[in-house]
Each structure stands twice: as C-alpha cells, then as structure tokens.
Design a protein around this ligand. Structure first.
Ligand code: UD1
Ligand code: MG
Length: 453
C-alpha cells in the first residue's frame, strides 16, 4: 500500500473521441448506473485521496468540462488542441505536473470500472522506489492492446500492437492503460518521449523503456480485466453496466438489505440503503435515492431523487420522482406517483393517485384516485394539506390550494378553494333520486319497439 503521506495528482485523459458510440454525446458523458463515465473515474480519484485532479479534454468539449467541474469543482481542465498521442495529452496538463506531486496517476475517461483500491494497487510500486508503474491484465484476445514485456517480474517495455514483433504479439499480458509515475521525475520523462513509431504519436507507454534507460525501475501490477475494461461501443457500455450493477447489488446486501432477486434490481451509483430494507424483484433506483432502515419496496417500483424514512412501504408499482420526501411509516400503494412533495409521518396514499408540488401533514389519508392539479399549462402551483386530514376518493385539488388540519373532503370533490381546519368540504353536484323513473322509461321504450313491429 502506498503511504497516505505521499501527495497524488490524477490526470484523466478524455481528449480522444471514440466514434463507435454512434452518438452526438461525447463518449465519456454516457452514463452507467446513473452516473457519467467520467464522473465514475473522478469519484475513484476522489476516493484515492488525490490532492489534485486534472482533466484533459478535446477542443469543443465544453460539456465534458462542465461535467468534470460539477463532480469535482476543484478539478483543473486542460484542452489538448490536437490529438497527438497519450503522452502529448498528459503534457497538456503540464501546469499541474509542474506544481510537483509525489505520485502522478494517469487514468482514461472511458475506463469507468476502476476503483480507488485499484489506484492504490497501481501506486504501491512508486512508494517502493519505481519510477513507472502500469496495470496489466490477461486478455483472451490481446489484439489492439499494448503488450507488457517482462523478465523475472521486471517490466522492460510496453510494445504497442502496431509496433510489436510477431513474438511480442503472442504475449497476453496487456497494458490496461492506467499508469503511475514518480511525480518528481514525470515531467522530464514525458518530455523525452518522441513519436518515432507506427502511429507517429507520442506514446505514454514509451516512458517504461526511457525510465529503465536512465537506471530507474518499472513495474507491472496484474489486476482483473473486469476492473480496467474500456468502453468504446454501446455493447461495452452495457457490459460495464452489468459489472457495476453486480457490485452495487453486492454492496447493498453486505449493508443489510434483502434483495429477493438481485439480478432484477437496478441501482444508481449513489443509491443509499439503510439496514433491513427489503427490495422485491424488478425495482429501479434512479439517481439521488436515500432509503432509511426497515423500508419495504414492493415489485415494479421506480424511484428517483427521493428520500424514504424508516419503516416506509411503497408499491407494487409506485413511482417516486425527484423531491419526493416520505416521512416515517408512510404507505404508498399501487399506481401512485409522488413528485416534489413532503409527506409527514404515517401518511397513506394507497391507490391510483398523483401528489405533486405538495406538502401533506402527518397521518393524513389520501383516498384512491385523488389528484393534485398542479399545472395550469404555464406554471406549477402548490397544494398544502394539513395533518390528520381525510381526502375522499377521487378528489381533485386545484392548486394553489390549502386544506387545513383535520379537514374532511367528500368523495369526488373538485377543490378550488381553501378548506379550513376540521371543516367538511363537498364540491360536487348533489344527488337526485327519482322513484320509479327507470321502470317507467323501460315500459315506454318496450311499447314503442312493439308498435314498430
Ligand atoms: C492505449 C495504450 C495501450 C493500452 C490501451 C488500453 C498508449 C500509447 N497505448 O492504447 O498500451 O493497451 O490504451 O486501452 O498509451 N487520448 C487523448 N489524447 C490523445 C490520445 C489519446 O486524450 O492524443 C486519450 C483517449 O481519450 C483515451 C486514452 O487516451 O482515453 C487512450 O487512447 P487510445 O487512442 O484509445 O489508446 P489505445 O490505442 O487504445
Ligand atoms: Mg483505446
């Protein structure tokens, strides 16, 4: 393990644009587990306690810059004006390198499965005196990767596929791409790299032979291929999603959640679950969900930007949208949608309802099929409902409107005016019964039909 006292600069390369995504979105902005690829990489850098993070982007990649600084406001963004190789890209961050760090780690923006632990593995040889360290993996098909040329455990060179001899091409120990450098030697080492190779590019990988030529050590650390997989296609994006989902499911279960059918539950990287949470099959957690202890999430529910306090039960078929905040013991049932609303402890919304832009006081019951009419085609308006209220079945609450504590709304009402506390509000036509009317109608119609023959 590297000593925590060594300062770390992480440089994330994201200037090269894979064109195989068939997308108008920059590759590193494609999401897995509800988080952009570059955000995954930056989170790993954060987890590795980087003192500074530099991101190298291509020209016209303002959206990548915006995403990087959203995730890490302190990140330095550098632009590589023309794409002349990985060493050239790292040198775009020269100003950061020149500040002087003990360790420099280079990561790729399209390699989102790397964890903080993998970064620690990569740094370990630096603490032991190496000038360069790389991560290697065993590839079933090594074509296209740089090959790690080793002898007795020492790393002699990295040979790019296009420059490799037939003998070197048979090596299955491949460069994952992540490299670490002694920060005090890095700048001079990178500046000595040339472009005399098959691609006429400045290869970062040439640092290995150059370091050795100057009498320094280079080391390769083997990691699982899965941890360092790169994403170039939509199919690889889906494979990375599978890997991350499996990690998130394992993390949820280790933290004390029961997943009845883990392979059918989809998390976001930032999903937070308490203890003794039960998640039934086929549930999707979008970004920004926090779930307290002893919550039950029944099948087919979809949650995003929501917080659920202790003992809440939702679903089956509940949709929680951003800003749904459910107090202790709240019950939300089937075909109910909640958006931007705070529900106090013990509130029940059990069937077929929409509650949006609202606040609902503790222990209030909202009957089946009730709707807060929050949108008038131009703006959104709030509905305020007090504590212990009873909202009858099929009530429409036309916002802005407020309903006082303990109020009782008659079934089928259209509420357009505020209701005082403890009042009964009935806003529907009064029922009229006409005795015998139906049988007289039947007699008339039967007679008419007989006449016509
Ligand atoms: C690189 C490695 C290779 C390794 C492979 C792993 C070099 C020379 N080769 O090859 O040994 O096996 O990754 O996937 O490093 N980039 C820039 N600017 C550039 C060039 C690249 O920012 O001018 C960025 C790309 O966005 C990408 C990364 O660097 O994130 C790697 O570039 P890429 O062209 O994919 O390198 P490979 O040929 O795959
Ligand atoms: Mg590549």
């Amino acid at each position: 393990m590297s000593s925590p006292t060594r300062s770390l600069l992480v440089i994330v390369l994201a200037a090269g644009e894979g064109t195989r995504m068939a997308s108008s979105l920059p590759k590193v902005l494609h999401a897995i587990a509800g988080r952009s690829m570059i955000a995954h990489v930056l989170e790993a850098a954060k987890g590795a306690d980087a003192a500074a993070v530099a991101v190298v982007i291509g020209p016209d990649h303002d959206r990548v810059a915006a995403e990087a600084t959203r995730v890490l406001p302190g990140a330095d963004v550098f632009v590589q004006a023309d794409r002349r190789g990985t060493a050239h890209a790292v040198l775009a961050a020269r100003a950061a390198l020149a500040r002087g760090y003990d360790d420099v780690v280079v990561m790729y923006g399209d390699t989102p499965l790397v964890s903080a632990e993998t970064i620690a593995t990569l740094r370990a040889p630096l603490a032991a005196g190496a000038a360069v360290a790389v991560l290697g993996f065993r590839a079933a098909d090594p074509a296209g990767y740089g090959r790690l040329v080793t002898r007795d455990g020492a790393l002699l060179a990295i040979r790019e596929d296009k420059d490799a001899s037939p003998e070197e091409k048979r090596i299955d120990f491949c460069n994952a791409g992540l490299m670490a450098f002694d920060g005090h030697a890095a700048l001079a080492l990178l500046e000595s790299i040339g472009d005399a190779n098959a691609k006429k590019e400045f290869y970062l990988t040439d640092a290995v032979e150059l370091a050795r030529a100057s009498g320094r050590e280079a080391m390769a650390c083997e990691v699982a291929a899965e941890d360092v997989a790169g994403v170039n296609t939509r199919a690889q994006l889906a494979e990375a999603e599978t890997v991350i989902q499996n990690r998130l499911r394992a993390r949820a279960m280790a933290g004390g959640a029961t997943l009845v059918a883990p392979e059918t539950v989809f998390f976001s990287a930032d999903t937070r679950l308490g203890r003794d949470v039960i998640v039934e099959p086929n549930v999707v957690f979008g970004p920004g969900v926090q779930v307290g202890d002893e919550v039950v999430i029944h099948s087919f529910s979809h949650l995003e930007g929501a917080s659920l306090s202790r003992g809440v039960a939702i679903g089956p078929y509940t949709r929680l949208r951003p800003g749904a905040a459910l107090g202790e013991g709240v019950r939300i049932g089937n075909f109910v949608e909640i958006k931007a609303s705070e529900l106090g402890a013990g509130v029940k919304v059990n069937h077929l309802s929409y509650v949006g832009d609202s606040s609902v006081g503790a222990r209030t019951n909202i009957g089946a099929g009730s709707i807060t009419c929050n949108y008038d085609g131009y703006g959104k308006h709030r509905t305020i409902i007090g504590t212990n209220a009873f909202i009858g079945t099929n009530t429409l609450m036309v916002a802005p409107v407020s309903i006082g504590d303990g109020a009782y709304i008659g079934t089928g009402s259209v509420i357009t005016e505020n209701v005082p506390a403890d009042a009964l509000a009935v806003a529907r036509a009064r029922q009229v019964n006409k005795p015998g009317w139906a049988s007289r109608l039947r007699e008339r119609f039967t007679a008419r039909k007989a006449q016509k023959g």
